[in-house]
Design a protein around this ligand. Structure first.
Ligand code: PLP
Length: 363
């Protein structure tokens, strides 16, 4: 199936009223409200991709023996649609999300959705639900493509039926009161992903395993968990859903190299490019926790931040663990962190030229 295969459009007969939508768009939060429509495309081993639709948002009917409910054969993506000043709606480097979803599909033994169909699915949904894209500063529409195995079969093997969906909903400014530095929790008893496992795939299972350590983080006043490598528990990997960077005193920007257990973030990739454009040395290499701890105390590490589509970049000023605190919880956000964040969001919102051709118009 290619994009010349038209999507069938089934419009909602009961869409949200303009008044209710405007109330929601005024304080959307994150992941709480969804637009009036969704995309679905089915797949079977015999037919490939078929029945591409935009249809009213609503519950799925799923057989209780569907493989996804038992063995977790599921993957997802996350990207945003940004409203520009002229009212048009754009997204950021969707071809990287499409390619990553193919890699995730490969790892989870799910079918690979072709790149053009992935991008077309975003355009179809956002065109129909364009009114759901908010326009206040730093707001966006969060788009969540995902794929599940839905063969009715309890045997353990790759499913022969699957479905791809896209849902979307308005997202408020992540930091409502301005970007706030955070403290993060170091997981010492848990790892996120093992070598040879599914860490480089964006799959629900990785998240399921990160929720208990995240509860531990909350209990200790931190909002996020920093995971170390599973084999030696020595090197920084990433947070539960964000990549991590350090900025050295000499301006070098460093992020853990992709070892197979780290998720290749679109934000990570873009920040490395923007930093290089400014003449910063950028390194992808192992960062030991010892280097980070010593760097915090002797000043070699000037800034630490996490990055991902949802929050863009989050300054990290302290790391806590059982019985220790590194850094200063009341320190301000790093300067380079804040300035790269500004540049990236300025590109996404069309405030400055898109010199790398990163934007794709959706509607
Ligand atoms: C999605 C995700 C990221 C961030 O990726 P972006 O493409 O920048 O949004 C980082 N780590 C994990 C584990 C993720 O799932």
């Amino acid at each position: 199936m290619t994009t010349s295969t038209p999507f069938t459009i089934k419009l909602s007969t009961n869409p949200t009223s303009q008044e209710n939508r405007e109330t929601i768009l005024a304080t959307p939060g994150f992941g709480k409200y969804f637009s009036d429509h969704m995309v679905s495309i089915d797949w079977s081993i015999e037919r490939g991709w078929f029945d591409a639709e935009v249809r009213p948002y609503g519950p799925l009917s799923i057989d209780p023996a569907s493989s996804v409910l038992h063995y977790g054969q599921e993957i997802f993506e996350g990207l945003k649609a940004y409203r520009h000043a002229d009212g048009s709606v754009w997204t950021f480097r969707p071809e990287l999300n499409a390619a990553r979803m193919m890699r995730s599909a490969h790892r989870l033994a799910l079918p690979e959705l072709p790149l053009d169909l992935f991008i077309e699915s975003l355009k179809q949904l956002v065109s129909v639900d364009k009114a759901w894209v908010p326009s206040a500063p730093e707001t966006s529409m969060y788009i969540r493509p995902f794929m599940i195995a839905n063969e009715t079969f309890l045997g353990v093997r790759a499913a022969e039926r699957a479905a791809y969906y896209v849902i979307a909903g308005p997202a408020g400014a992540y930091f409502a009161k301005g970007v706030a530095p955070v403290s993060i929790w170091l997981a010492t008893d848990f790892a996120r992903a093992a070598s040879g496992g599914t860490g480089a795939a964006k799959c629900g299972g990785n998240y399921a395993g990160s929720l208990l350590p995240q509860k531990e983080a909350y209990a200790n006043g931190c909002s996020q968990v920093l995971f170390l490598d599973a084999s030696e528990m020595k090197y920084l990997e990433e947070l539960g859903g964000m990549n991590v960077f350090i900025v050295l005193k000499n301006g070098t920007v460093v992020t853990p190299s992709l070892t197979g257990s780290i998720l290749e973030g679109v934000t990570r990739e873009s920040i490395m490019q923007l930093a290089r454009d400014r003449g910063h040395k950028v390194e992808e290499r192992k960062i030991s926790f010892d280097e980070l701890r010593d760097g915090f105390s002797n000043g070699d590490v000037a800034e630490v931040f996490a990055c991902g589509t949802a929050a863009v970049m989050t300054p990290i000023v302290a790391i806590k663990g059982p019985g220790f605190v590194i850094g200063d919880e009341s320190a301000p956000a790093g300067e380079l962190t804040m300035s790269l964040r500004q540049e990236l969001t300025d590109i996404q919102y069309g405030h400055i030229p898109d010199r790398h051709g990163w934007l794709t118009q959706l509607a």
